[in-house]
Each structure stands twice: as structure tokens, then as C-alpha cells.
Design a protein around this ligand. Sequence first.
Ligand code: NAP
Length: 244
Amino acid sequence: MNENQRKIAFVTGASRGIGAIIAKILARDGFDIWLNYRSNNQEAQKVKTEIEKIGRQCLLLKFDVADYKQTEEALSTLLETQTPYVVVNNAGFRRDTLLVWMKESEWKDVISVTLDGFFNITKNVLPFMLKNREGRIINITSAAAHFAIAGQSNYSAAKAGLVGATKSLAAEVAKRNILVNAVSPGFIETEMLEGLPINQIIKTIPLGKLGKSEDVAEIVSFLASNKAEYITGQVFHVNGGIGG
Ligand code: NAP
């Protein structure tokens, strides 16, 4: 039997983009999926249908990860009977502008979806993982956490904060066999890149092209697998060589 059969992987922000592909690849690996998203019912339903076609279950969980109350309400009853083996904190967005013009809401919303999102999801699931003495938490950060990108002080701060939280939590829960890692994508072809000067960006990428969601999802798949049982507190860069 597949090592992951009957295990659950919970992926946030998975109606579109990188999260949707992570959900499908983890389903391919044998996981049943809890699929969180915020607004796009139609796209979320499409991902669910594709996951069910390959014989795995998919539970749609529509809520805003930045809102503690909504997160708790969505998860508390479910967690009484089932615990995800894998949590992928992927939900996120950017609101780029120079700091001098940044509105307080643009600062707070970007920080909140990433850092409150990480806290709200992880805080709810972690007690059950601790009880089971197993689990994998995989946080999707960004190259912006490590390299200077003008106009992204909010996003860079949020993603760098998530790297710090990854390392700290990894040290807290290692003894209970819960592994916590981060994946740091560069420029990946999704709707998130809309409005950016792609031709100029490509010139700065040593591999000379944008990444695909699959490039990110396959690392997540590895970190969720038995092959990664001695890896925790690390950041994996998937960025075509930026800053290498
Ligand atoms: P995307 O295509 O814009 O998709 C974002 C997803 O997040 C959607 O499913 C959206 O749901 C969901 N979402 C947004 N806010 C949410 C919230 N408050 N609660 C729940 N779900 C929420 O973005 P992406 O490019 O796939 O990015 C995924 C992750 O990778 C993000 O954390 C991003 O920062 C990171 N990343 C992306 C890139 C890149 O180049 N694309 C690079 C580095 C890091 P709805 O559509 O249903 O609202």
C-alpha cells in the first residue's frame, strides 16, 4: 500500500496557482486533501474534481487564514476526529508599492495573511500532531525573504518572518517527530506575477526562465515523504539560481 494512503494533507490557498498544484501532487502521492481557499469557489471545485478523479478525497474549506475565529470555526470539529499529517502554509498575496507610498492596510494585510495565517493554522493543528507524535509542516516563503526587491518591504518582512518562525518551531517540536521546513520560490508562473515586468525579471534569473508551480510542488512532495525524515528547520530555494 502507498505510504500516504489514508493520511491527510492540508494545503492553504489551494484554489489556484502553486497551492492547487501542491494539492494535486500530494493527492498523486496518496494523500487525501483538505483544501483551503478564500473566495474562488469555481476554481476550488475544479481542483477538488481533479483530485477525486485520481481516487483521493478532497474537502473544501473556505475561510480567510488571516482570521483566527474563522480558522478555529472551520477546523475545530474536524480536528476532533482527524489530524492532517501534512500542513502546507501556502496562502499569500502581495500588495507591492514603495514604503513611502504604502498604506497601513497594505502593510498589515500582507503581514497578516502570511504570519497570522501561519499562526492561526499551525496553532489549531499542532496540539493534535503533538499527540500523534508525527507530522510535517511546510511553509511557503519567497525569494523576497532573502534578496532585495524594491517595492516589497511588506512582503519581504512577512516572508522573512515566516523563515524565522519555521526555524524556531522546528526546534520546538523535533522531539515529537514533527518536521518543519520552508520552501522559498523565486518567480513562478502564476496569477501572482500579473503586472510585473516579466522580460526584465527573466534577465536576472540564471536559468533564464520563470519557474512552474510543479517545481515548487515536487519539493513539497519530497518534504512530506518518508525520504525527508532527517530534515527539519531548513529552507529550500526553488528560484532558477537567483542569488546563487
Ligand atoms: P496565487 O496564484 O495568487 O494564489 C493564491 C491562493 O491563495 C489562492 O488560492 C487564494 O484563494 C489563496 N488565498 C489568498 N489569500 C488567502 C487567505 N487570506 N485565506 C485563504 N486563502 C487565501 O498565488 P501563488 O503564486 O500560487 O502563491 C502561492 C504562495 O507562494 C504564496 O504564499 C506566495 O507568496 C508564494 N510565492 C509565490 C511566488 C510566485 O512567483 N508566484 C514566488 C514566491 C512565493 P482565492 O483565489 O480563493 O481567494
